[in-house]
Design a protein around this ligand. Structure first.
Ligand SMILES: [Zn+2]
Length: 705
């Protein structure tokens, strides 16, 4: 970037300008640098810049011969500048207060606003809004602006902010504690009826604490490392993986804390001769961990929630406050992306993805065995109900064709896994029905078949055939097909074009509906893992008629494709499953304010809000809704409502289920607005929060530390 001073050429210099003006018969005095300075008391006085320095001035006033343009000299006519200035001043003063002109300006301004408002993406959500909903909308807006200043403290000022000041909408993990304990807007976001959750990875819905505690009782749960654990450095650097195994096959007496431990990144895979020599029983590992690393990773989490207080006593997210044992606490740090890992100065896109993949591998074995599978479905549904999500489409990775039975001796194949999911849903729904709460989760779950984008074509063909077979077996469960993995790595979707076209043809012939729901545009490079922009997955997603896409972060780079995504009278468009917190933590943007969701929405593209990988990102659907609200000042209560509505419209539910979903959503929305007015309305004076009235409603500031 060049500075104003740097860009000055010889013809811009005061002296040459004077010569040029002189040609036009105007003479202006050259002000010295000193003369240009205002009074020292004047805060707006010009400060001497580099360009003003004597050295620089010399250069500016003495253009090099090569750039100097000869100006023919004519005798300047001298003007009385005082008279000119008086005349200009008089004309200007006379022009002030031109009521007609101001009125015209205001009309044009209002016209623009009205036009934009008439075309606003969320306008339908505000049609027929009743006074209570309007009141709730004004409370939500006022709370956001109050919290921006008071709870976060980011007020425009020349004073250097104190250490507790934060930017509302700044880095999510940095702000999370403040959001969770200081923000009533977040408490409101928790209550929002959110409709459907359309983008969440199967193994990443529950907090790791829950899975770790559950694993305590599994006798044949084993763990391996890619190096012996002898020092703190080993703890920091290693990667750990769980698995349920047949104890008759595992070699006894394996000790990960011995220097002779043989585990590495590859020798656990069959047909490695060491495959049974690298696993240590998890129960034994826990005991030995405390002996080898005494006093470390002690969980001080037994925070008692103060009784009777307001926001500080907001119930913690389920499972998030279970006290852990030291080895579990250490393992948790391997599963959850930390603030430092996400935001460190030297972190890279590939680095954070590698860390993310490592965390995913660590989770996998804790979840993928028969006993926990059905339990997990019930717990995941419970969490969704607490988040006011009424339906979800989960994305399991089904490349592995089986999970172990409880004893590790047998296998549960993909079809049996699907049956476990159906059984888990039915069981949960039976409980809900008994309590008269079936409307909280009336449609159960659907499954989007996922496979990695990195596999060879022959394996992809196997995967596609397998997906179609599962659809035949479980027509109401399997609802889509997707590729997963970092998009900056091979392969792009088009690499498998032959396979995808065959997939579509087979589905058509068999009258099966398996829409593509691709991850696409989750990248800054947008070259589909190559160096060629033509390989952007967004083109393929459009050609292959994706029903929705995951992320769509890069879409605004493609104005033509934007048109295809738009919802119009003739087309439902292509819905984008927004995952803003995921995008921030995986280095697509620094914070929510830099996320392109307002542009995507303003362009008329239907979007939904999603949590992607809550267990790894420490987020939830409520956090995502909160982030959307603070990410752009144009967001409102009606924006929340429109996003929830679209989540039903663009789901894979049937037409009648969607109609029923909307009915439930409308009813819950009314209740939500009433609760906002009831809980927070008394803080309002006019359209603003009155600080005098916040006592006893907003938490004490000490809760925010
Ligand atoms: Zn995803």
């Amino acid at each position: 970037m060049t500075t104003e001073g740097d860009s000055k050429t010889s013809s811009d210099s005061p002296r040459s300008r004077q010569g040029w003006l002189a040609k036009c018969g105007i003479a202006i005095p050259i002000l010295s640098v000193r003369g240009r300075h205002g009074s020292p008391q004047d805060p707006n006085r010009p400060v001497m810049t580099k360009a003003d320095s004597p050295k620089k001035r010399k250069r500016v006033f003495s253009p090099s011969p090569s750039t100097r343009i000869p100006i023919p000299y004519t005798e300047p006519k001298t003007l009385d500048m005082a008279a000119v200035s008086t005349a200009i001043g008089a004309t200007f003063d006379q022009a002030l207060g031109d009521v007609k002109a101001i009125k015209k300006y205001c009309e044009k301004h209002a016209g623009l606003l009205k036009l934009e408002n008439d075309q606003a993406w969320d306008r339908e959500a505000s049609f027929n809004s009743d006074p209570e909903e309007q009141h709730a909308a004004s409370i939500i807006r006022a709370m956001r602006e109050y919290e921006r200043k008071i709870i976060f403290g980011n007020q425009a000022s020349e004073a250097v902010p104190g250490k507790d000041t934060r930017d509302m909408g700044g880095q999510f993990l940095t702000n999370k504690d403040r959001i969770d304990h200081g923000s009533l807007l977040f408490q409101a976001a928790r209550k929002v009826p959110k409709g459907a959750l359309l983008h969440v990875h199967f193994n990443a819905e529950l907090h790791p604490e829950r899975l770790l505690v559950r694993a305590r009782t599994i006798e044949n749960m084993y763990i391996r490392s890619i190096r012996p654990l002898l020092t703190q450095n080993d703890l920091d650097e290693t990667e750990m993986v769980f698995n349920v195994l047949d104890k008759d096959q595992v070699v006894q007496g394996v000790d990960i804390f011995s220097k002779d431990y043989s585990g590495n990144a590859t020798n656990w895979k069959p047909p490695s001769p060491q495959q049974w020599e690298v696993w240590m029983p998890w129960t034994q590992f826990q005991k030995d961990f405390e002996k080898h690393f005494p006093g470390q990773y002690i969980d001080s989490q037994e925070q008692k929630i103060p009784e009777g207080s307001t926001s500080c006593s907001a119930p913690p997210e389920p499972g998030s406050q279970v006290p852990l044992w030291p080895a579990e606490k250490w393992l948790k740090s391997k599963m959850v992306l930390s603030e430092e890992e996400a935001y460190a100065f030297t972190q890279t896109v590939n680095g954070v993805w590698a860390r993310f993949n490592q965390a995913t591998r660590c989770f996998k074995g804790l979840l993928n065995y028969e006993d926990v599978y059905k339990w997990y479905i019930g717990e995941a549904i419970e969490r969704m109900i607490e988040e006011n999500v009424m339906y979800a489409e989960l994305r399991p990775m089904l490349l592995d064709k089986s999970i172990p039975t409880n004893d590790g001796k047998g296998i549960v194949d993909n079809a049996a896994q699907m049956q476990l999911i159906i059984d888990g849903v039915r069981e949960k729904q039976a409980f809900l029905e008994k309590d008269g709460k079936l409307n909280k989760f009336p449609f159960g779950l659907k499954i989007i078949y996922c496979t990695p984008r990195s596999i060879p074509k022959n394996l992809m063909q196997r995967e596609m055939k397998h997906c179609i077979e599962l659809k035949v077996q479980f027509p109401d469960l399997i609802c889509g097909f997707d590729l997963v993995g970092a998009e900056d790595r091979p392969n792009h979707i088009g690499f498998y074009k032959d396979e995808f076209v065959a997939f579509q043809k087979t589905c058509k012939e068999r009258k099966l509906d398996i829409p593509f729901l691709f991850h696409a545009g989750e990248t800054l490079l947008d070259t589909g893992g190559s160096s060629d922009p033509k390989n952007s997955n967004l083109y393929d997603a459009v050609v292959l008629e994706s029903k929705r896409i995951g992320h769509g972060f890069a879409l605004m780079k493609h104005p033509l494709l934007v048109e295809k995504f738009k919802k119009t009278a003739d087309s439902p468009g292509i819905c984008i499953e927004l995952c803003p917190i995921s995008n921030e933590l995986l280095h697509l943007c620094r914070n929510i304010k830099e996320h392109p969701f307002p542009e995507l929405l303003a362009a008329g593209i239907p979007c939904t809000v999603n949590s992607d990988n809550p267990s790894l990102f420490s987020n939830s659907m409520s956090h995502e809704f909160y982030q959307i609200m603070v990410g752009a000042p144009t967001m409102s209560l009606y924006s929340w409502k429109q996003l929830a509505r679209w989540s039903i419209d663009y789901s894979c539910l049937s037409k009648s289920q969607k109609a029923q979903g909307h009915k439930i959503l409308d009813r819950e929305w009314k209740e939500f607005c009433a609760s906002i007015v009831k809980d927070y309305g008394r803080m309002m004076t006019g359209d603003e929060i009155d600080p005098e009235k916040t006592k006893g409603i907003y938490p004490d500031l000490k809760c925010q530390s």
